[in-house]
Design a protein around this ligand. Structure first.
Ligand SMILES: [Fe+2]
Ligand SMILES: [Fe+2]
Length: 166
């Protein structure tokens, strides 16, 4: 389990990792790995960035763990519709097993911005969005679609400007 060798990180995410429903994501393939491994990767790198910036890192790391938390298919829609629908689906599912704060809901709901249209309300949400994009690029490699690369570049520029003018 301790892939990233960081005690504090695992103490934050342990209750989520130990949840039986979350464990089922070990069997769900996502970006060529499992959705379980993807979620831990996003949560871990979000944790590092959030803590470095002295943000609300515990709450946001939990939300990052849950950003893609579902084991069923969102719906039988096309790929772009799935990309747009799954954040709300993850929130609904996460609320069945965990209590979410308003900020945590925002982090999960807006992690696909700008593919979904409502922008994040919190800096923590922007960071999880960008970390998820970078993780997707890393995991998908050459198969990554152009629109995803464009969205990630856009998000990077936006985030740098938000931090700069904060
Ligand atoms: Fe997602
Ligand atoms: Fe994701």
């Amino acid at each position: 389990m301790a892939k990233y060798q960081n005690e504090e990180f695992y103490s934050i995410v342990r209750p989520i990792i130990e949840n039986k429903e979350f464990q089922k994501m070990r069997d769900v393939s996502h970006h060529g790995i499992t959705r379980y491994d993807h979620s831990i990767r996003v949560a871990y790198f979000a944790y590092i960035v959030l803590k470095t910036l002295h943000l609300d890192y515990k709450e946001a790391t939990e939300a990052a763990m849950l950003h893609d938390f579902f084991t069923d298919e969102v719906c039988d829609l096309n790929k772009i519709a799935k990309l747009r629908r799954h954040p709300n689906h993850a929130v609904t599912n996460a609320k069945k097993y965990f209590e979410l704060s308003e900020k945590q809901e925002d982090i999960i709901k807006t992690h696909m911005f700008p593919i979904t249209f409502t922008p994040p309300k919190y800096l923590e949400s922007w960071i999880v969005d960008v970390v998820d994009d970078v993780a997707a690029i890393y995991e998908k490699g050459y198969t990554l679609k152009n629109e995803m690369q464009a969205a990630t570049t856009f998000m990077f520029i936006l985030l740098i400007n938000i931090i700069k003018f904060r």
